[in-house]
Design a protein around this ligand. Structure first.
Ligand code: NAD
Ligand code: MG
Length: 389
């Protein structure tokens, strides 16, 4: 039986690597849905290769072009955000891999959970923004989440066969990004090009900037809370520049388990798609002789305040992680447009977190309003910062 997959965000870094994985196992998977924000050319090539039932392009102005490109095929073509949710809900895909970046992944993921689908979750922002709501939905649904994020896949693999009550704590490893060894007073003047130059991973722009600023690890701490039902104090972060140990679980008897592998997202993608099986793969192998030493450091939260801000948001709960996420998305976008300095990103986030109404138990519509407001506050603050220059 072919496993039917809906791949949301197929033209991005995770999306293209997922199709690479799928193409290595002919006869195992059937791609049902491919979606993209606006890259019609790549979406067309992918659709012609994998022949899904439907494709969705977010940008409605690209609909006609996509339709022309795919004429002569039986592929159904849709455009716009609402169509994405509808196509996901109505499709007979069993698994939905969410590789959309940012807040935009939230609604389609919720649609997939409501439809009882298995979620292979790359879009960590969904759990950051609405972890509590998603957890409640999962508890009354046939749906479940399998992590794609490499650290969370590592934890998930370490927990196989273990009981939740035996977890003492987990350690999420972080590469430290391109500025790990840069003196803190030089951080202000780093360029977009330097920030996009990650030492170990090739990823989309947003997560690459998040990795350089340590916000990625902050988002992952919140993601881990909801995936594994942990308290903030049970989640620690350790810098491990080699990116070979993807994370650790510490158990109540003093034992520690870790999962290791080369930094290659195709491994956690494959595991999420095939769990509980472990498929044989031709992916490059880890040779320990090439890694004679593993090193570990405490993260520097003064130099990288984003990690501290994420812990604060997690501890505060309610709509605070949603505010953190929205302000971060605007700050990253402003940094990528060279409107603000690297070190001003945490300023934007901290300001936004301190200047918006706190809601303890927000429902989905309150989160939507929070997201909208937080973006507005962050954008206004960014404009102020630019004027000050
Ligand atoms: P990317 O920018 O390379 O790709 C994003 C994809 O989402 C593209 O296909 C794009 O067309 C689509 N998209 C963007 N905005 C959209 C919108 N508003 N509506 C619909 N589609 C939209 O990003 P990525 O690096 O592949 O990351 C995707 C997600 O996976 C992120 O949440 C990221 O944090 C997570 N993740 C990525 C990696 C990695 O190695 N790249 C690792 C772990 C987790
Ligand atoms: Mg990760």
């Amino acid at each position: 039986m072919l496993e039917k997959i809906a791949l949301l965000g197929s033209t991005g870094s995770i999306g293209t690597q997922t199709l690479d994985v799928i193409s290595r196992y002919p006869g195992k998977f059937q791609v049902e849905i491919l979606t993209a924000a606006s890259n019609t050319d790549l979406l067309t090539r992918q659709a012609r290769q994998f022949m899904p039932s439907s494709v969705v392009i977010n940008d409605k102005t690209k609909y006609r072009r996509l339709k022309e490109n795919l004429s002569g095929t039986a592929i159904k073509i849709y455009a716009g955000e609402e169509s994405l949710e509808q196509v996901v809900s109505e499709s007979d895909a069993e698994t939905v891999l969410t590789a959309i970046v940012g807040y935009s992944g939230l609604r389609p993921t919720i649609a997939a959970i409501k439809a009882g689908k298995k979620i292979a979750l790359a879009n960590k922002e969904t759990l950051v923004v609405a972890g509590e709501i998603i957890s409640k939905m999962l508890s009354v649904s046939a749906s479940r989440i399998l992590p794609v994020d490499s650290e969370h896949s590592a934890i998930f693999q370490c927990l196989t066969g273990e009981e939740k009550k035996t977890i003492e704590k987990i350690t999420l490893t972080a590469s430290g990004g391109p500025f790990l060894n840069l003196p803190a007073d030089k951080l202000e003047n780093v360029t977009k090009g330097e920030a996009l130059n990650h030492p170990n991973w090739t990823m989309g722009d947003k997560i690459t900037i998040d990795s350089a600023s340590m916000m990625n690890k902050g988002l992952e701490v919140i993601e881990a809370k909801w995936l594994f039902d942990l308290e903030p104090d049970q989640i620690e972060v350790l810098i491990h520049p080699q990116s070979i140990i993807h994370s650790f679980v510490h158990f109540s008897d003093g034992s520690v388990k870790a999962q290791l592998g080369l930094p290659d997202m195709r491994l956690p993608i494959l595991y999420a798609l095939t769990f509980p099986d472990r498929y044989t793969s031709e992916l490059p192998r880890l040779d320990f002789k090439n890694y004679p030493s593993f090193t570990f450091f405490q993260p520097d939260m003064k130099k990288f305040p984003n990690l501290q801000l994420a812990y604060n948001a997690l501890r505060k709960g309610g709509n605070m992680p949603c505010i953190l996420n929205a302000a971060n998305e605007r700050a990253v976008s402003a940094f990528l447009k060279r409107q603000i300095a690297f070190t001003q990103m945490p300023d934007v986030i901290e300001y936004t977190m301190g200047n918006i109404i706190y809601i303890a138990g927000p429902d989905l519509s309150a989160l939507e309003e929070t997201d909208r407001l937080a973006r507005e506050i962050a954008d206004n603050y960014i404009t102020k910062l630019q004027k000050r220059k």
